[in-house]
Design a protein around this ligand. Structure first.
Ligand code: Q9C
Ligand code: ZN
Length: 361
């Protein structure tokens, strides 16, 4: 199986995330992708492949151009600005003000401020996604990882793995956050959709709901979004992921959420997965994009499910049994010690089933 990877993810390396005012060492760190790369490299079932550039157009098909401009210019502007008067310069940029929808209720949309401290609160929706000097280049490199992997899917490879970092599924069209900058799974799904005939389905198995991906495709029937995740009533990202969010307009019925309780074990997880897979199969997509998060793992430090490594093999196997050409895009998973093996088991499970090549069209 091809594993598309680019070392430039190392450039995105913020030190802390702020949780309810508490600065905590970043869970989303370069060691995650390094651990996955190392675990796959030592297994002959996987071959490391480099990416090629696809330019900015596939990104701006999904994300607001202003957001892309912001991420490109943010660090330079922060360096040129005076920083916070009287305070030492921080090593990463995190907003102190975020555009809350109630702030401008009844007054029309907000305008983008001109200064860097206002701009970051206009584009970022939370406090756990610090920007550093190399963040934008890392995000662009990961876009090319996802799109180069998508090219392999289009050329007929049954299963391709994009080792993207940081993750992407929490970034909607016009904002970023949740450790995410660009939404790679969405960018790849839109790209695949443009280059193939039929529908694309996205199956999101990260512990957290992919609020960004849901938002991007909420009003279209061209891309089906299906997610299994921790119930937003108790878990991040809190404001999306409810079972009654089913899409709107022509997208009505093309979004499906399966919120799950704390301590969800293998049995409950796999039973819910079967429901989700039956739904996907019933919609006859041509291609499948998987947002693969391993933070459902029992030992994950930021999550509360009890899913085991053995179950990851089984999940990969059942997903591949859909018999659709499949692009797997890396999302979360923070138990770095076991992350490489968990990804490997998931992908080996998928490989244990023979998948279909891309249908001729
Ligand atoms: N107190 C992904 O797994 N931390 N993002 C939530 C709430 C942020 C996770 C802490 C979790 C973001 C892709
Ligand atoms: Zn997650």
């Amino acid at each position: 199986m091809p594993v598309v990877y680019d070392d430039r993810h190392h450039g995105h390396d913020p030190t802390v995330e702020v949780q309810c005012g508490v600065p905590i060492a970043m869970f989303e760190a370069p060691a995650r992708a390094d651990a996955i790369r190392d675990a796959l490299l030592e297994d002959p079932a996987f071959e490391l492949t480099s990416s090629r550039s696809h330019g900015a157009a596939p990104v701006t098909k999904v994300h607001d151009e202003g957001m892309v401009r912001f991420l490109q210019s943010a660090w330079g502007e922060w360096e040129r600005s005076g920083g916070i008067p009287g305070s030492p310069r921080s090593e990463e940029l995190i907003p102190d003000t975020v555009l809350h929808p109630a702030l401008r209720e009844g007054m029309g949309p907000a305008r983008e401020p001109t200064g860097i401290t206002g701009r970051i609160g206009f584009w970022c929706w939370e406090t756990m996604t610090g920007l550093v000097a190399g963040s934008f280049d890392a995000a662009c490199a990961a876009v090319d990882v996802a799109l180069s992997a998508a090219d392999l899917t289009l050329s007929g490879r049954p299963i391709t793995y994009a080792l993207t970092r940081p993750p992407g599924h929490h970034s909607p069209r016009a904002a970023f956050g949740g450790y995410c900058l660009f939404n790679f799974a969405s960018i790849a799904a839109a790209y695949l959709r443009d280059q193939s005939e039929g529908r694309v389905a996205i199956l999101d198995v990260d512990y957290h709901h992919g609020n960004g991906t849901q938002q991007i495709f909420y009003q279209t029937d061209a891309v089906l979004y299906v997610s299994l995740h921790a119930d937003p009533a108790r878990a991040y990202p809190y404001f999306a992921g409810w079972a009654d969010e089913v899409g709107s307009g022509i997208g009505s019925d093309w979004n499906r959420n399966y919120p799950l309780p704390a301590a969800c074990d293998d049995e409950q997880y796999l039973a819910t997965l079967d429901e989700a897979l039956a739904l996907v199969a019933g919609r006859n997509p041509e291609l499948l994009v998987v947002s693969l998060g391993l933070d459902t793992y029992a030992r994950d430090p930021i999550a509360d499910f009890n899913v085991t490594t053995d179950a990851f093999f089984e999940v990969g196997k059942r997903v591949a049994a859909l018999d659709l050409p499949m692009l797997v895009v890396q999302e979360g998973g923070y138990c770095v010690e076991d992350l490489g093996n968990n990804v490997r088991q998931w992908l080996l499970g998928a490989l244990s089933v023979s998948a279909a090549p891309v249908r001729a069209h």
